[in-house]
Design a protein around this ligand. Structure first.
Ligand code: FAD
Ligand code: NAI
Length: 474
């Protein structure tokens, strides 16, 4: 073995790099290996994983640009701003995104240097055990590690008969690199990526058709929120077909034809310039060679772990998208911190019930805790406080009056059980709800906290007041 570390992290995404940083802070010698160069011009492996390179960050950059474009096109005039018809320079939008990604990914290399984490560019694979831990082959080197944290993430789920070339038929990688606005864009899956990417390209002028196999729109969300979201997105121009069964998909150099049958069983087809396949993601363990050392996987190909991310092998942990639970960057990071702290003998903790969900559309959607349909199914006694953004002065000033905050609180204890937001700023507003649930707050606690005026956070305040039937502004 050429080198040995206390902790070796395989995979440099949000789970892996955060685990490495926290373990280094706690005094361990730490290395992290990563093999994917993503779009690095020199072809060198880049840190940040899917999230920074081809996920959260680039998609949010596009969502921001396209939101401004839409505001300029449709909202400026109503506020007395005349700018004429906006034009989008897609190359510039891509360059801006690339600059943000480069800044963040090189930033992580800087954080590694600052915290004395050794970056090992290369693919990591189990090469066996030795008395003091595990041997991991990284490229041509064999590295020793007392503890191994597997953070190898996920990749897009591709569908049989729909070959992704990331030109005409794209997964998230190609969908974040279109060199022009498609005239017509088809999307498979009305999940988070379908809605976010559909929104980006619709705002910039594409006609969007989304085919969703499920009968219910956004089935994981509170049904009130899902209903409102479907109404708003449809009004915006996203054509969403629920209960669609895919047929043959034929791609040529200039476009694609997607055959499907609708809810009524009627055969139909969509012709589009491009197709995005966003039908979920699968855990990524290719070439990890975990099976050679007996690493247990479940039927989905995810590495099996307990509540503290311990695998079946001593000293081997797994976190983030490669294990059970929501495939979210903040969940991966929480697990990374938890594992580093447990390795250090501390009481690491990550409650999967307390991971907020956010969809960065306009309006944004965010939630935490139980949905109303879950509470009903459990036979729970609860009170509801529901306040529209229309009743909020700041929202009116912003011209962002769509949506509502819905708070659900236990009838007996008044504890907040769930908060569901569709509206402007939902991605930030949800933080207060997460705090409330984490600290078992009552709706009355939130009602008694002073919220700055005029802010969107007052809608949360009013929803808490409404749980006690004493909303002041609605
Ligand atoms: P990953 O980010 O997948 O990182 C794993 C890394 O390990 C990869 O870089 C991979 O190259 C590397 N690797 C794999 N195998 C090896 C090996 N054997 N050796 C060395 N390296 C290896 N989540 C949010 O919370 N908010 C969002 O807004 C959001 N937006 C998204 C938008 C899109 C378009 C997509 C696709 C995803 C989005 N996600 C979002 C999900 C988020 O990106 C993932 O949940 C997160 O990246 C998971 O982190 P991870 O560290 O587990 O894995
Ligand atoms: P998803 O799980 O959100 O949605 C996939 C959708 O595709 C589902 O509605 C599913 O019913 C549908 N589907 C599956 N097979 C289909 C088929 N054959 N035909 C038609 N529809 C089909 O997955 P998505 O959007 O691919 O995103 C992957 C992951 O990335 C998600 O788990 C999410 O957690 C994460 N992500 C998070 C974001 C955020 O936090 N804002 C943004 C984007 C992605």
């Amino acid at each position: 073995m050429s080198k040995s570390f206390d902790v070796l992290v395989i995979g440099g995404g949000p789970g892996g790099y955060v685990a490495a940083l926290r373990a280094a802070q706690l005094g361990f010698s730490v290395a992290c290996c990563e093999s994917n160069p993503y779009a690095d011009p020199k072809g060198e492996p880049r840190l940040g994983g899917v999230c920074l390179n081809v996920g959260c960050i680039p998609s949010k950059a596009f969502l921001h640009t396209s939101h401004l474009f839409e505001e300029a096109e449709h909202a400026f005039a109503g506020q007395g701003i005349e700018v004429g018809k906006p034009k989008i320079d897609v190359a510039k939008m891509l360059a801006r995104k690339a600059e943000i990604v480069t800044r963040l990914t090189t930033g992580i290399k800087g954080l590694f240097r600052k915290n004395k984490v050794t970056f090992l560019p290369g693919h990591g694979a189990f090469a066996g055990a030795f008395a003091a831990g595990w041997k991991i082959r990284v490229g041509a080197e064999e590295i020793g590690a007392r503890e191994v944290i597997v953070a190898t993430g996920s990749r897009a789920r591709h569908l049989p008969g729909i070959p992704v070339d990331n030109q005409i038929i794209c997964d998230n990688v190609g969908a974040l690199a279109f060199d022009a606005v498609p005239k017509k864009l088809a999307i498979i899956g009305a999940g988070v990526i379908g809605l976010e990417m559909g929104s980006v390209w619709r705002r910039l002028g594409a006609e969007i058709d989304i085919l969703e196999v499920g009968d219910r729109f956004l089935s994981a969300a509170d049904s009130d929120v899902a209903k409102e979201a479907q109404r708003i997105f449809t009004k915006q121009g996203l054509r969403i077909q629920l209960g669609a069964q895919l047929g043959a998909v034929k791609a040529g150099k200039k476009g694609v034809v997607v055959a499907y049958s609708g809810k009524d069983g009627k055969a139909s087809q969509i012709e589009a310039d491009r197709l995005i396949v966003s039908a979920g993601r699968v855990p990524h363990t290719d070439g990890l060679n975990g099976e050679a050392v007996g690493l247990k996987m479940d039927a989905r190909g995810a590495i099996e772990v307990d509540a503290h991310c311990r695998t079946n092998l001593p000293g081997v942990w797994a976190i983030g998208d490669v294990v059970r639970g929501p495939m979210l960057a903040h969940k991966a990071m929480e697990e990374g911190v938890m594992v580093a702290e447990i390795i250090a003998g501390q009481a690491g903790h990550c409650d999967l019930e307390r991971i907020p969900s956010v969809i960065y559309t306009t309006p944004e959607i965010a939630w935490i805790g139980k949905t109303e349909q879950q509470l009903k199914a459990e036979g729970a006694a609860y009170r509801t406080g529901k306040i529209p953004f229309l009743a909020n002065g700041r929202a009116l000033g912003m011209g962002a009056t769509e949506g509502f905050v819905k708070m659900l609180a236990d009838t007996g204890t008044d504890r907040v059980l769930g908060v569901h937001i569709i509206g402007a700023g939902a991605s930030d507003l949800i933080a207060e709800a997460v705090t409330a649930l984490e600290f078992s707050a009552a709706a009355e606690d939130l009602a008694r906290i002073c919220h700055a005026h005029p802010t969107l956070s007052e809608v949360i305040h009013e929803a808490a007041l409404a749980c006690g039937a004493r909303a002041l502004h609605f």
